[in-house]
Design a protein around this ligand. Structure first.
Ligand SMILES: CC(C)(COP(=O)(O)OP(=O)(O)OC[C@H]1O[C@@H](n2cnc3c(N)ncnc32)[C@H](O)[C@@H]1OP(=O)(O)O)[C@@H](O)C(=O)NCCC(=O)NCCS
Length: 146
């Protein structure tokens, strides 16, 4: 089941986000984001447990995917795609036409997810993401017209 998120989801979102990223977002950070104007989020729930979410920020007809994450024990089960498709349908009905995001060049699962959903590469930011040690990863900019 996919449903609009509420402030009470912040804890689950923070847990899921921390599984996927070097620097996770705290409950407070997620709570603050959820309260921002233009920010929308959807939660994926299975067996009473939130196991995926997507967080987006819209301004007029444009929308940025701030993050998307699924539970590490339920990857590659279609949850990410379901959340992305759900968000696209909801945004389209709100007259959003341009969806964009940044993803690390070494994030193969996310690049695959976005390519499968029809996103195209529109640019690159060199050395945008910190990595352990002295190396950094480029950010790939992607967009999709809804
Ligand atoms: C990226 C992420 C959200 C994908 O979620 P998911 O529920 O596993 O994705 P899905 O099962 O819907 O997979 C959709 C497609 O993505 C691609 N994909 C997903 N995982 C992949 C992997 N490990 N390797 C290669 N491609 C992968 C495939 O094309 C897949 O379609 P297929 O299974 O039919 O081949 C998940 O891996 C995640 O939470 N990662 C950590 C957080 C993150 O990096 N978020 C993105 C920030 S930009």
């Amino acid at each position: 089941m996919i449903r609009p998120a509420t402030a009470t989801d912040a804890e689950a979102f923070s847990r899921l986000h921390s599984q996927g990223f070097l620097r996770g977002w705290s409950v407070e950070e997620i709570t603050a984001l959820l309260a921002e104007e233009g920010v929308v989020a959807f939660a994926h729930e299975q067996d009473g447990e939130v196991d995926g979410f997507i967080l987006l920020r819209s301004v007029f007809d444009e929308c940025e995917i701030l993050t998307i994450a699924t539970d590490e024990t339920r990857k590659r089960q279609g949850i990410g795609s379901a959340l992305l498709n759900h968000a696209c349908t909801a945004l389209k009905s709100c007259d959003v036409t341009n969806l964009f995001l940044e993803v690390a060049e070494d994030n193969t699962p996310a690049l695959g997810l976005y390519e499968k959903a029809g996103f195209a590469v529109s640019g690159r930011r060199r050395g945008y993401y910190p990595r352990l040690g002295r190396t950094r990863a480029d950010a790939i900019l992607m967009h999709k017209t809804l």
